[in-house]
Design a protein around this ligand. Structure first.
Ligand code: G1P
Length: 297
């Protein structure tokens, strides 16, 4: 088995119901954070980690996503003519080399585990990454790159992990810790969305995974779990029962849950503040808003 990770799966088949009506005609992944679609952040993170093949698990209504990664000859020619070289570079960066990107349809919404399984033939027998584009992670060294480096030292299944407040734990996959080694945690169990009071810890899975191909075989069993869906968490937990290592990796960085409106807004503010050309204006506005709101309380 090859040990270098060069393929990543992006499950993007979700309907994005939490953002309706905006997502009625555009895929959620195309919604923009400042001026770049959510999916672009995930792609950049994957590229930084050495990913060369990008596999999208899509569904009906995601055509705009495919177009986004295509060349845009007319637009590029126009930008060139107008001498807008910086914008031209930005636009060129969004297109993918022929053969670097593949789209697989998930015909029924049977769960995250099923979405990953849909890509099995494109993965073959090598370790691979999974990136959930809803989880946006701002970090000096991109999260997936941190994980790939940790994976090189400790090959095995690895999930990004983060402590979450107790009252939020039931929204996540949760780790049962065997040994806490600091940034790396060895795991003895994993539960998807445990009922309140039954969580093994408050260390939650965040949407970055490095997985060994055996996971795809586990997913072949198509066992349903939490919410009646085929869960990726369960397929990873199965590895532990088979005696293979699973690690949690406490990444360095700030995670935004862009699957929720509040998280999406927080990410928008935070990413805008990190842009020098927007910062001063936005800071002034935020101060004003906070003052007005506080005075009204
Ligand atoms: C998915 C995973 C869950 C993980 C979460 C992170 O859940 O199933 O284990 O903790 O992503 O964002 P979802 O948010 O799709 O319900």
């Amino acid at each position: 088995m090859k040990n270098k990770i060069s393929k990543a799966i992006f499950p993007v088949a979700g309907l994005g119901t939490r953002f309706l009506p905006a997502t009625k005609s555009i895929p959620k992944e195309i919604m923009s954070l400042v001026d770049r679609p959510l999916i672009q952040y995930a792609i950049d993170e994957a590229r930084a980690a050495g990913i060369k093949e990008f596999i999208f698990v899509t569904s009906r209504g995601k055509a705009a996503l495919e177009d986004y990664f295509d060349h845009a000859p007319q637009l590029e020619a126009e930008l060139k003519k107008k001498g807008k070289t910086e914008l031209l570079e930005e636009v060129k960066n969004t297109s993918m080399d022929s053969g670097a990107i593949a789209y697989i349809r998930q015909h029924k919404p049977l769960g995250l585990g099923h979405a990953v399984w849909c890509a099995r033939r494109l993965i073959g027998n090598e370790p691979f990454a999974v990136i959930l584009p809803d989880d946006i992670i701002a970090a000096e060294k991109p999260c997936l790159q941190q994980m790939v480096e940790a994976f090189e030292e400790n090959p095995g299944n690895m999930v990004a992990a983060m402590e979450v407040p107790k009252e939020r734990v039931s929204s996540y996959g949760v780790l049962d810790i065997k040994e806490d080694m600091g940034s790396l945690v060895s795991v003895k169990g994993m539960v998807e969305k445990p009922p309140a009071g039954e969580e093994p810890s408050n260390l939650a899975v965040i949407g970055r995974y490095l997985l060994t191909p055996q996971i795809l075989k586990n997913l072949n069993m198509k066992q349903t779990g939490a919410g009646g869906e085929i869960q990726l968490t369960d397929a990873i937990a199965h590895e532990i029962t088979e005696g293979r290592p699973v690690y949690g990796y406490r990444f360095r960085g700030q995670r935004f849950d862009c699957g929720s409106k509040s998280g999406y807004l927080q990410a928008t503010v935070s990413f805008a503040l990190s842009r020098p050309e927007l910062r001063d204006d936005l800071m002034g506005f935020l101060r004003e808003v906070v003052n007005v709101e506080q005075a009204a309380e």
